[in-house]
Design a protein around this ligand. Sequence first.
Ligand SMILES: NC(=O)c1ccc[n+]([C@@H]2O[C@H](COP(=O)([O-])OP(=O)(O)OC[C@H]3O[C@@H](n4cnc5c(N)ncnc54)[C@H](O)[C@@H]3O)[C@@H](O)[C@H]2O)c1
Length: 337
Amino acid sequence: MQYIDDSLEGKRILITGGAGFIGSNLALYFQKHHRARVVVFDSFRSEKTFSNGHFKSLGHFKNLLDFKGEVIVGDITNKADLERLETYNFDYIFHQAAISDTTIIHQEEILRTNVNAYKDLLNLCVHQGVKMIYASSAGVYGNSPAPNRIGSGEIPENVYGFSKLMMDNLTQKYLEEYPNLSIVGLRYFNVYGNKEVYKGKTASMVLQLGLQALKQKRVRLFKKGEQKRDFVYIEDVIQANIKAMESKKSGVYNVGSGNARSFNDIIACLKENLGEFAVEYFDNPYAFFQTHTEADITLTKEFLGYAPRFSLEYGVRDYLLKIKEIHANGLWDAIVG
Ligand SMILES: NC(=O)c1ccc[n+]([C@@H]2O[C@H](COP(=O)([O-])OP(=O)(O)OC[C@H]3O[C@@H](n4cnc5c(N)ncnc54)[C@H](O)[C@@H]3O)[C@@H](O)[C@H]2O)c1
């Protein structure tokens, strides 16, 4: 029988962006392991798209099929929608809602959604004594040399990374102004794992390369596949959020595996599990492309007690069961067309 922890009994937890990849994993984690009242707030996907055709909201109801808590449809940029949250007296907010698509260049909309709305939620935390745990990003480091450390090389190359840096700066200001407030920002690196499929082409390369290998026995990579990323498995990201919730230490922390691995390494992990397939290298069309990210997780270990458990090899092997399922039921083609 599943062990249920009573330590959060009676607690109220809000997960913004709870219909998305990381938010839905968090919601279901709490449901499985804790007695707590979990509320998901998300704008869900609609026909609204950006000028490049990408969906404005990537949340999908199918990520929440097993969820037994309450769902509120709302937009974090809409004050009336946010007001609905005031009556709940939440104990914790896990703020994942954002324009997460790093290819969007619409500055006004990204900053309004990612920064202004965060400030409104922080004000709710101040008034109601709520602990805030929010999603920041490795995008704040732009192309600065790795390993990436909090407080150095914070030079974002796109407006998405800038928006996350502005959230982190706002956090420092609120912590100075309200010393009793608890806020933990988590700079996620490249997250991969179950429930990311509805992100479509913005889903991780682990998923996209895995599906190409299964479908075509051939994968395509930017030349020469040696660009490095800190790929972090969803289970470790959930762990970081739980540690952040339990921690008494406010601040901004990196969340990665602590190791940079190349796209060719993903290919090797896939071949290990799926057998041989062809790899085709092509010119990278992007003017901006991070060449090496790697989370320095010293502070995350020390102050949050975070200890990543999944190497790329272990994470890919674990995830492949789901990737095969997505391939078999044709879900990817239905999503990306
Ligand atoms: N997945 C990664 O590798 C990664 C890396 C760094 C940071 N992050 C951050 O982590 C968080 C979660 O990312 P994800 O990968 O789960 O992305 P996601 O797009 O799957 O989830 C974001 C959710 O926010 C919702 N949303 C968007 N705009 C909204 C609005 N105006 N009001 C209400 N809801 C809105 C979307 O519908 C979606 O469900 C985001 O803040 C993202 O920027 C993710």
